[in-house]
Design a protein around this ligand. Sequence first.
Ligand SMILES: Nc1ncnc2c1ncn2[C@@H]1O[C@H](COP(=O)(O)OP(=O)(O)OP(=O)(O)O)[C@@H](O)[C@H]1O
Length: 343
Amino acid sequence: MPVQCSNCAQRRAVLKRPKTAHSLCKDCFFWAFEEEIHQTIMSAGLFNRGETVAIGASGGKDSTVLAHVMKLLNERYGYGLNLLLLSVDEGITGYRDDSLETVKRNQQQYELPLKIVSYEELYGWTMDAIVKQVGLKNNCTFCGVFRRQALDRGAMMLKVDKICTGHNADDVAETVLMNVLRGDIARLRRCTSISTASEGEGAIPRCKPLKYAYEKEIVLYAYFKKLDYFSTECIYSPNAYRGHARAFLKDLESIRPSSIIDVIHSGETLSVKDGVKMPVQGTCSRCGYISSQALCKSCVLLEGLNRGLPKLGIGKHHRLHGKILSREPLTEQEEKKLKAVDF
Ligand SMILES: Nc1ncnc2c1ncn2[C@@H]1O[C@H](COP(=O)(O)OP(=O)(O)OP(=O)(O)O)[C@@H](O)[C@H]1O
């Protein structure tokens, strides 16, 4: 027997909301999904009238839904934001080139300006070239570090006030689990924040309006709205560690759907006891970007790539950074350690 929408009781339900288990018709689902994001934005005070906001647009489902909903809410509630799309071209043939085509179509569909910055122009390296040098095992480290900075650099070129990204509830919960498993207290404390206040000179505040939106609902929303998005996984993304956290979370979700929000809540309410050493945020002595070390991770990784010592930024080689950067010669053994032999 057809199930009635539990909200309006007028139309047929087409789905059971993964987050609340309510049976809803399409229109009531759209409304609930959009309103929850509006509530998230309002209660966290994510934006101020008149601000220019860059939406990190990868062409994937999350950022496509983000762009669609941000435009819709900006108009529905008169946020007064000046929205634009910002994409990073990592230089991954057969993946990012295709997803950027989707972003270009989104630009037309949503009538938003688009800026694309590339790793090649910013760093002189594409991910294709990086993978050739470092292999598949650690390439996500390079990509993640460079992307974070590339988004900031693109945002600075555009002189935007804020960046928002499509990180969803599943992403945040996975990150909490990963940081617990790694014992990374500094990241654990930061990772549930919905917004980063300016972390230092040059860093543009970022926020996650989809922080409480379930991935399953984002997919349903994109599907029922027939949004144009790119759904292929990155060809270089074995990112095994996150994959384990993801699989674990999916198992938990299948037993108890509220697990995702519960893990986020646990992360939000954790407090770090006095006396735990936290990194002190400063600026990179080479590029001026925020960093808790003398050199930011991006500069260290780049130095390693340019010198054919790609392991410089992977693992615990901090001891050697000073030596490398002051151009002191390395011992044969040290050089060997930093080369890609076992990548
Ligand atoms: N190449 C990129 N250019 C611009 N923004 C990006 C890019 N890659 C990721 N982002 C931003 O970071 C968010 C999280 O990225 P992640 O790599 O986790 O992808 P995802 O969860 O698959 O998201 P999406 O479905 O939007 O690709 C994205 O939603 C997007 O806002």
